[in-house]
Design a protein around this ligand. Structure first.
Ligand code: GLC
Ligand code: CA
Length: 529
């Protein structure tokens, strides 16, 4: 077995800190709450936790608008709490990955408050300012990913500033070396405090066309697509210069002793993800692969998502897989709770590093948020986005009480659920639960490296069944997933001599397969061959 970096064998668990555990009754999850739940991570069997931002922030975009990159927001705690969190995780052999938001700061960041003061302020060029277009109006046609235009007029100096997301999130100008130095210092700050990696936010946006040329219209735009998709974002994002700035970050991270991972948030098709690995040593180790998030839950589409990505990976690039995050409808809502079990088995038995969104191990579903309780500005700003991203951000139900054991106060969003009995407390002692299943798959994956690092080979079986082989050294496993709610019989030569080691459906189901493999409705199995 060749040696792998820790992040290649790891299962990463994403925590949205505002919704994990409140410790002081203000209805907002916090670091002390997370510390109190540290045993849960270890018990579940994950290897690393990525935390969405808990840095100082006015919370216009719930932490993705940072007003001080090197402090913890009082909503979440203090730097001393952070140090304790690092210690609590490391004591349990769990790594910690923090969010890094390089593309934009908050409009309340001291850098921006300076920058907006005058045309010749020393920080003016830390952001992108432009005079109105000749006929008046914004300097170009760029559209914000949070809805509306990406330019905001500022009366004080009669210029517009650029914001790829909310107007409260002005874009930093990475072409300015002073900005790069300041942001590199941020990386060093968190490395010194013990982090094992960074998840780098919205990376495709950090370099823009130097001449700020218009984006061309998108001929493929369809009714129902988000408003920003009216343009092809070729001048406002995903430019090749992005990788120079990524290489700079990677140099800083690699210069410090220890092994750290950089995960880049990229929303791209398989053929385009490859570029974000760079040469291997100057890009991301894990640019996010969201293709399973978008795949219709059909055999052909799931295979296409896996195979096209595997085929497009640069040599030596390590894959990663995502089924949910704080920006996307929950998997159990997208494909149903029964198939969410099958999806968890898929996620945890593909080749590469899975990233599990908190609560998906409980098969939590999106919560419908009454209009007057909506929080996410994306939902409020963007007609067509409906509820925005609140439904997938609701707090963790730890027990069956009305406040789920999350808080003693008023939770900032309604507690998440998927019907009665969906809490951790209810599921942990039920062997048939989603939580117990997730734990079993994680344990199997840990004991059988073929399931994580082994070769992945698709198999052909009939109907809506996804089947593949995983092999490493002398060990081989078949994973067979029934994507439909009806019972099926499948046959394939490898299974004849195989033995079932895990079923999503029936924990008692083990033993020889024989000539026919009968799959119950919505059942996935792992077969040792
Ligand atoms: C990323 C984050 C999202 C945030 C946006 C702006 O896409 O995942 O939550 O709103 O960047 O920072
Ligand atoms: Ca709190």
């Amino acid at each position: 077995m060749d040696a792998k970096a820790w992040w290649q064998d790891a299962v990463i668990y994403q925590v949205y800190p505002r919704s994990f555990q409140d410790s002081n009754g203000d209805g907002i999850g916090d670091l002390r709450g997370i510390i109190a739940r540290a045993d849960y991570f270890a018990w579940l069997g994950i290897d690393a936790v990525w935390f969405s931002p808990f840095f100082a922030s006015p919370q216009a975009d719930y932490g993705y608008d940072v007003s001080n990159y090197t402090d913890i927001d009082p909503d979440y705690g203090t730097l001393a709490d952070f140090d304790e969190l690092v210690a609590a995780l490391h004591a349990r052999n769990i790594r910690i990955i923090v969010d890094f938001v390089p593309n934009h700061s908050s409009d309340q960041h001291p850098w921006f408050l300076e920058s907006r003061k005058s045309l010749n302020n020393p920080k003016r060029d830390w952001y992108t300012w432009r005079s109105p277009a000749p006929g008046g109006g914004p300097p170009n046609n760029w559209l914000s990913l949070a809805g509306g235009r990406s330019w905001e007029y500022d009366q004080a100096t009669g210029q517009y500033y650029l914001h790829s997301f909310l107007k409260e999130q002005p874009d930093l100008n990475w072409r300015n070396p002073a900005v790069r130095d300041a942001m590199h210092d941020v990386l060093r700050f968190w490395i010194d405090r013990g982090v094992d990696g960074f998840r780098v936010d919205a990376i495709g946006c950090i370099a823009k066309d130097p001449q700020l040329r218009d984006d061309p219209p998108n001929p493929d735009y369809k009714e129902g697509d988000p408003p920003f998709a009216r343009n092809r974002m070729v001048n406002s994002a995903n430019r090749p210069e992005v990788m120079e700035f990524v290489a700079g970050m990677r140099r800083v991270v690699d210069a410090e002793p220890g092994s750290r991972v950089m995960i880049g948030e990229v929303y791209l098709k398989p053929a385009e993800i490859g570029a974000y690995y760079g040469t291997g040593s100057d890009g991301f180790q894990l640019p996010t692969n969201f293709n399973l998030l978008w795949a219709p839950w059909k055999r052909a589409a799931v295979f296409e998502a896996v195979e096209s990505y595997e085929a497009a990976l640069p040599k030596a690039a390590w894959p990663d897989w995502v089924l949910g995050n704080h920006d996307q409808s929950r998997i159990a809502t997208r494909i149903g709770k029964a198939q969410a079990r099958v999806a968890m088995l898929l996620l945890l038995t593909l080749r590469g590093t899975p990233i599990v969104y908190f609560g998906d191990e409980l098969a939590l579903e999106d919560i419908v948020i009454p209009l007057d309780k909506q929080r996410d500005p994306f939902g409020i700003n963007m007609p067509g986005k409906g509820q925005g991203r609140d439904p997938e951000r609701c707090p963790m139900p730890w027990d069956e009480t009305p406040k789920g054991g999350f808080t003693s106060g008023e939770p900032w969003l309604p507690i998440a659920a998927s019907g009665p009995g969906s809490s951790v407390e209810a599921q942990r002692d039920d062997e048939a639960s989603m939580l117990s299943l997730t734990r079993r798959i994680l344990a199997l994956r840990r004991s059988e490296p073929a399931l994580s690092r082994g070769a992945w080979t698709p198999m052909t079986v009939e109907g809506e069944v996804v089947a593949y082989l995983r092999s490493d050294g002398g060990k081989r496993f078949a994973v067979v997933l029934n994507l439909e709610g009806k019972r099926k019989t499948v046959r394939f030569a490898e299974a004849n001599s195989g033995r079932i080691v895990l079923s999503t459906h029936d924990i008692a189901r083990t033993g020889a397969v024989g000539r026919d493999l009968v799959l119950a409705a919505n059942e996935g199995v792992v077969i040792a061959i």
